[in-house]
Design a protein around this ligand. Sequence first.
Ligand SMILES: Cc1cc2nc3c(=O)[nH]c(=O)nc-3n(C[C@H](O)[C@H](O)[C@H](O)COP(=O)(O)OP(=O)(O)OC[C@H]3O[C@@H](n4cnc5c(N)ncnc54)[C@H](O)[C@@H]3O)c2cc1C
Length: 457
Amino acid sequence: MAEPDRPAAPEWMSDAPPARGRLTCDVEIRSAVAKDFGHVVRRMPDAALRPESAEDVAALVTFAAQRGLPVAARGRGHSTAGQAQVEGGVVIDMSTLDAIRDVGPGFVDVDAGASWRSVVEATLPHGLTPPVLTDYLGLSVGGTLSVGGIGGAAHQHGMQTDNVLELDVVTGDGALRTCSASRESSLFHAVLGGLGQCGVITRARLRLVPAPDRARCYKLFHPTVRSLTRDQRRLLADGRFPYLEGQVKAGEGGWRPMLEAVAFLSEDDLPRDSDLVGDLAHDQATLEIEDVAYLDFLDRMAPGEEYLRSTGEWFHPHPWWNAFLPDSTVDDVVEEVLSGLSVEDLGPSGVILLYPTSRRRMSTPLVRMPDEPVVFLFAILRTAPLDDPTALVAMLRSNRALYERVRAAGGTRYPVASVPFDRDDWARHFGAAWPGFVAAKDRYDPHRVLAPGQGIF
Ligand SMILES: Cc1cc2nc3c(=O)[nH]c(=O)nc-3n(C[C@H](O)[C@H](O)[C@H](O)COP(=O)(O)OP(=O)(O)OC[C@H]3O[C@@H](n4cnc5c(N)ncnc54)[C@H](O)[C@@H]3O)c2cc1C
């Protein structure tokens, strides 16, 4: 059915390349890619491409460049502020380009639309795993490589973008190129963490490391934020745990800081709990310990997702806020922010993340982080009520104010966040990397057609 204000097929459609994959104006398909996990922004494309090959992507982007037609790759649509959307133009639904091509010694070759869940399911039978995984495995490889991809193992292995060996990329002129740290390195570094601005990743070769069998998960509740971050710094420095995160939970008596640490187990090397957590400052009476299979640990958000889908909360607006703070200011900022934040401000099923990572392990130029050896991820993952635009607008305003507080404290935004941003904000965000980023955009996307939903160019 045609929408009243938009014809069923745009006039450019008759000239579009005969994509082997499906280029469609179907309203249902377009509507599905006109929204994302955030449910904050909705932009309707003229068409959606479901590619069957990198060549389909290249043909479409070539055509779009000639016409000046905006194009956005959409991985799995878990952005929170329309980053993978486009008004008019074409969304490339990368979820159809999801093959796991090859698992070799120390690497896996995957199409960029593959989810991280399908990546680990393919590598684990070979005894291998990507070294760093996001907390949620339903994200696409291309989607997280476009932003960074952080998780509890990043303090030892860097971001997901730091563990990429090679990429195939369709640049904004429609050319399909292969790049790596030693081949077309300027393209490689413009695409990793490049927010989709310089090319569409169609294939990635990812580094793998030996996978453990099991995970022993510790949850340690701390009396204060400072006590939590003190222990986190200590664990980061001595490398005792290969996985280190933390949250601030809502409790009856206020916020409850919680350290999450995980030891990976093999049968012949079972750690003693007292050796691992005996010297930490948590409340001993509330210590939680659980042993699970490695895959269940990685996919630990799956039951929560199923539950939130069943209650409908998964489909509520999610004006999430994510930032990186330097070690020197994290305690003051987090305490100040929490003192002004209520459980209602977080919304039902909201989560606060707080954990450190090592700046030394991070080498992706476009993933912007404070310049201190230890950097903390601080994220307020809010859920807004359905059909309450006033509450949503208030949360977005609060996100902007929080961002300004963080920036004044030497922090940066993790660009997956819902924070209203203009071009000056982006220039400041990229800092010393901004001129190079602009030059890369001029070179690789000269017609400025790629990923307009990021609002950068
Ligand atoms: C439940 C949940 C949990 C999360 N957990 C984490 C976490 O633990 N760690 C973390 O770092 N992040 C996390 N995120 C954020 C997430 O990494 C980003 O939002 C990511 O971009 C989403 O991936 P996606 O495949 O859904 O991408 P999309 O939302 O579809 O796209 C994101 C951006 O990447 C671009 N893009 C997508 N695919 C490609 C491609 N193939 N080539 C070029 N550009 C492309 C899009 O155009 C867009 O600009 C989480 C998000 C959610 C909703």
